[in-house]
Structures are given as structure tokens and as C-alpha cells.
Design a protein around this ligand. Structure first.
Ligand SMILES: C[S@@+](CC[C@H](N)C(=O)[O-])C[C@H]1O[C@@H](n2cnc3c(N)ncnc32)[C@H](O)[C@@H]1O
Length: 289
């Protein structure tokens, strides 16, 4: 641990922010690499006296911050950590950084299954860092979940994240293409969730470089019109869902109506587009018969 004065630290922090970037990203760096929590940061701002202890020196922290600013590398990858709902998750460039808007998926589930004592059997298709499944496994401790991904490296990270977040064993991970790993669960799933790759090709080509150059293409690109994977997931969903089982999908901001029609065509009922906090139709949900 390295001791420096709070005054010197606050001056350093101000200098870093004057170069660019945002408070939240710097706070993540200071917390996960420097060992200074956000609540400690707030208290230093109120009372800038005395000394504080850092896990890494200011030169090192500055070199990471510069890497973030100069190369546009997401701070989460440089720190190896992200926060999502109340989870602290390991992330590498093998997994998408779970987005704040996706957090709402968990609230949609809470609205459908109100009792935390529910014994659900849930499945997540394309789990990435494991964020969604881990949050559900923790919130519904009597439930059983299975999460898949086509990328073995992503699954290893999801598995580690689950072990770090819970001492339960109610979530399993298996590798494979969408529904394929669920062959033995046909007609048994109460709830299936997916935030699949849904970015249309043209939009993908023009994504900001902090996304396109760093986040996995396989987690983002949804074919020519963005709906390639969503179509495949909806097509096979009726084989795997229980009667009246739910399917919850995240989609691109303008895909809600198309996804709704795909669900209706497959005879889903209670089909609804759910807005995210910015009023965008981000999720489409339905119940199989
Ligand atoms: C948009 S990311 C979502 C990750 C995570 N669920 C989240 O919300 O942050 C999509 C995930 O689907 C996975 N994926 C892509 N194609 C797949 C396929 N054919 N079968 C299974 N998973 C796939 C990717 O590896 C990636 O982890």
C-alpha cells in the first residue's frame, strides 16, 4: 500500500479528468485497480484532509487511464471488472461488457414471477459474462438455471463470475449453438431469456471504435438486418418452452415491432414490447400458448 496526501490525490484526479473521459470510468479504475472505493472518493471530496492508501502508484494508474483515452479501450477491459446491478463481474475482451439497459431484463422477470421462492427452470441463450443468469440464480435461490454460449472462453468467465458471486450450485453452463445444448430440456423451460447479437451489418460497420475494435464481433453482429439470431431463437422456442412458458428477448432500438410479429406468427400470446428507461422498445416478451 502506498500512502499519499488526499490533497495530492485530488489534484491528480482533476488533472486526469481534464485530459478527457468521465467520472464513472475513473471511479472504476480507482476502485478496481487503485483500491479506492467510490464512497471513499466521495468522503475525500467532502473532507480533503489527511492521507490515503493506494494499491498501485499514481504513475501506474495514469498509464491505464492514458491507454483508455488514447486507444479508446473500454476501461472495464483495462480493469478486468465491471459493475452490473449489484454484481461485480470479471470481464475480458472475450465477453461483451454487460450494458446498463440490459439490467431491466431482471425487473421484467421480477414483474412476471413475483415470488422469490418460485422453483423456476430458466435458460439463458448467449450468456457472455453470465450477468443475467447469475442475477436470476441469486434472486430465485430455489430455481435451477442453464446458461449457454457458443464461445467456450466466454463460458469460462461466466462460470468464474458465478463462483465469485454465489456459493449456490443452481446455475450450470454449457457450450453450443442457441438451443442445441438444451436437447434434454424440451418442453421443460419456464423462462428463456436472450440478449442475442442484434446489430445490423451496416450499423455494425459504423459502430464507435471503443465498441467495434474491442468487443467481440460474435456478441454484436446479427446478420444483414440484425434479426438472424432472433429469428432462429424464436423459431425453435416452442419446442423447449413449457406450456405458458415465457420468452424474453432484448432487441435493437427499432426491432421491437418486427420481433413482436415473429412471436405472434409462432403463436405466442401476451406479446408485448417493453421500453427501456430511455423509452426505447428494447425488449419483446411473449408467452408460448
Ligand atoms: C449481446 S451478447 C450478450 C451477453 C450477455 N448475455 C449480456 O447481456 O451482456 C450475445 C452473446 O451471445 C453469444 N452468441 C453468439 N452467437 C451465438 C450462438 N450461435 N449460440 C449461442 N451463443 C451465441 C455471444 O458469444 C455473446 O456472448
Amino acid at each position: 500500500m502506498l500512502s499519499i496526501s488526499v490533497e495530492e490525490f485530488l489534484f491528480w484526479k482533476k488533472t486526469q479528468l481534464s485530459k478527457g473521459g468521465d467520472h464513472q470510468s475513473l471511479a472504476l479504475l480507482l476502485d478496481s485497480v487503485g483500491g479506492i472505493s467510490t464512497s471513499a472518493l466521495n468522503s475525500f471530496n467532502i473532507n480533503p484532509k489527511g492521507n490515503l492508501y493506494l494499491k498501485k502508484n499514481l504513475e501506474f494508474l495514469e498509464s491505464v487511464w492514458d491507454d483508455h483515452l488514447i486507444n479508446s479501450c473500454p476501461i472495464q477491459y483495462l480493469c478486468g471488472i465491471t459493475f452490473w446491478r449489484d454484481l461485480k463481474l470479471k470481464v475480458t475482451n472475450k465477453v461483451l461488457i454487460p450494458r446498463p439497459e440490459t439490467e431491466l431484463i431482471i425487473d421484467i422477470v421480477f414483474n412476471i414471477f413475483r415470488k422469490k421462492s418460485e422453483k423456476l427452470f430458466f435458460a439463458e441463450l448467449g450468456t457472455g459474462s453470465g450477468a443475467i443468469s447469475i442475477a436470476l440464480a441469486l434472486a430465485y435461490p430455489l430455481s435451477e438455471g442453464v446458461a449457454t454460449d457458443i464461445d467456450k472462453d466466454a463460458l469460462d468467465i461466466a462460470n468464474k463470475n458465478f463462483m465469485n458471486s454465489s456459493n449456490q450450485s443452481n446455475l450450470k453452463f454449457c457450450c453450443g449453438n442457441w438451443w442445441n445444448p438444451f436437447e434434454s430440456f424440451k418442453g421443460k423451460i419456464d423462462l428463456a431469456i436472450s440478449n442475442p447479437p442484434y446489430i445490423p451489418k451496416y450499423t455494425y460497420e459504423n459502430l464507435p471504435k471503443e465498441v467495434k475494435n474491442f468487443e467481440p464481433k460474435i456478441a454484436l453482429l446479427g446478420g444483414e438486418d440484425g434479426l438472424k439470431h432472433i429469428r432462429e431463437i424464436i423459431q425453435k422456442a416452442p419446442l423447449f418452452l413449457k406450456e405458458k412458458g415465457w420468452l424474453i428477448l432484448e432487441n435493437h432500438f427499432d426491432q421491437g415491432e418486427k420481433v413482436k410479429q415473429l412471436l405472434i406468427k409462432k403463436q405466442f400470446k401476451s406479446v408485448e414490447i417493453v421500453n427501456d428507461l430511455s423509452g426505447v422498445g428494447r425488449f419483446t416478451i411473449g408467452r408460448y400458448k
